[in-house]
Design a protein around this ligand. Structure first.
Ligand code: BJW
Length: 236
């Protein structure tokens, strides 16, 4: 069967070789922070200063000279450019490494580190500098309304309607560098399977939902993703 539409899901593993820590490794990002202290709306209400400072640190790291797209990000951008059919990239990552590598057809389903959102109006502001709870929002003039534009636990991920439509139409679903712990993303493979798509996992090690995939290739993303993309492009 000819492949016409590819949907790719990426997770923290695709950015690990760019120097961004994953979440659930033993040296993971939340080793220093309890997840419920930073990644829930209740945590933000309870201690906005802690949450702002957690994201300030990560923003500073993302904007540092050491953090750059790696060969896996570049391979996925090349796939979008050179594949004759449709390629949609859905990332759970809040970094901007896919777009810096050149991917354009991209959904950030868990939000973006460089965006703040007004809790009153929903207006999005681009931000590169440090933020504090006292910052005044330009649209409502109040302090305390600006929050990281990140999807926390218990909140609805972004663009879900479009994501489900695309999953129901794809011929190939590729999941890269995600542990399969967090839903709804961990369930996308089942939707793609129901659609009749070929489903493939690329990861350092088998994920929690490995058995749902038709195929799995294991190793660092910079190697397995580059090889897998080269194989697809060889066949077109
Ligand atoms: C490499 C590598 C290398 C390393 N090369 N690979 C049961 C069913 C459905 C839902 C739920 C459920 N029980 C509870 C829920 C709700 C909850 C949930 O899933 N909880 C679980 C803990 C059980 N989900 C939610 O609340 C979500 N919302 C929701 O469900 O709304 C309801 C709804 C949805 C849809 C339709 C209708 C209603 C929201 C989830 C928000 C997740 N947010 C976070 C934090 C963002 C803030 C921040 O970044 O600070 O997003 S959690 C965190 O996990 C982050 C990530 O995007 C996400 C996924 O993590 P990821 O990417 O998989 O990272 P790791 O660290 O887990 O794994 C890294 C992988 O890389 C590993 O496999 C390594 O092997 C690999 N790797 N180096 C290749 N070099």
């Amino acid at each position: 069967m000819a492949i016409e539409s590819i949907v790719i899901l990426t997770g923290a593993g695709v950015s690990a070789e760019s120097g961004i820590r994953t979440f659930r490794a033993t040296d993971g990002l939340w080793e220093d922070h309890k997840i419920e202290d930073v990644a829930t709306p209740e945590a933000f209400d309870r201690n906005p200063r802690l949450v702002h400072s957690f994201y300030n640190e990560r923003r500073k790291q993302l904007l540092s000279a050491e953090v750059r797209p790696n060969p896996a990000h570049h391979a996925l951008a090349k796939l979008e450019k050179e594949f004759p059919g449709k390629v949609l990239l859905i990332t759970q990552n809040i970094d901007n490494l896919h777009e810096r590598a050149g991917s354009n057809n991209l959904i950030h389903m868990h939000g973006e580190l460089l965006n703040l959102r007004c809790r009153e109006s929903g207006v999005i502001y681009r931000v590169e500098e440090e933020t504090q709870p006292e910052d005044l929002c330009q649209c409502c003039g109040s302090s305390g309304n600006l929050r990281p534009d990140i999807v926390w636990f218990g909140e609805l991920p972004m663009s879900m309607e479009r994501i489900y439509t695309e999953l129901e139409q794809c011929d190939l679903f590729i999941s890269i560098g995600t542990s399969g712990n967090v839903y709804p993303a961990a369930g996308f493979v089942e939707i793609a399977n129901d659609t009749g798509a070929l489903t493939v996992e690329l990861n350092l090690e088998p994920s929690k939902v490995k058995s749902a995939f038709h195929q799995g290739f294991y190793g660092p993303a910079s190697e397995v993703v580059t090889e897998f993309v080269a194989d697809i492009l060889k066949q077109v």
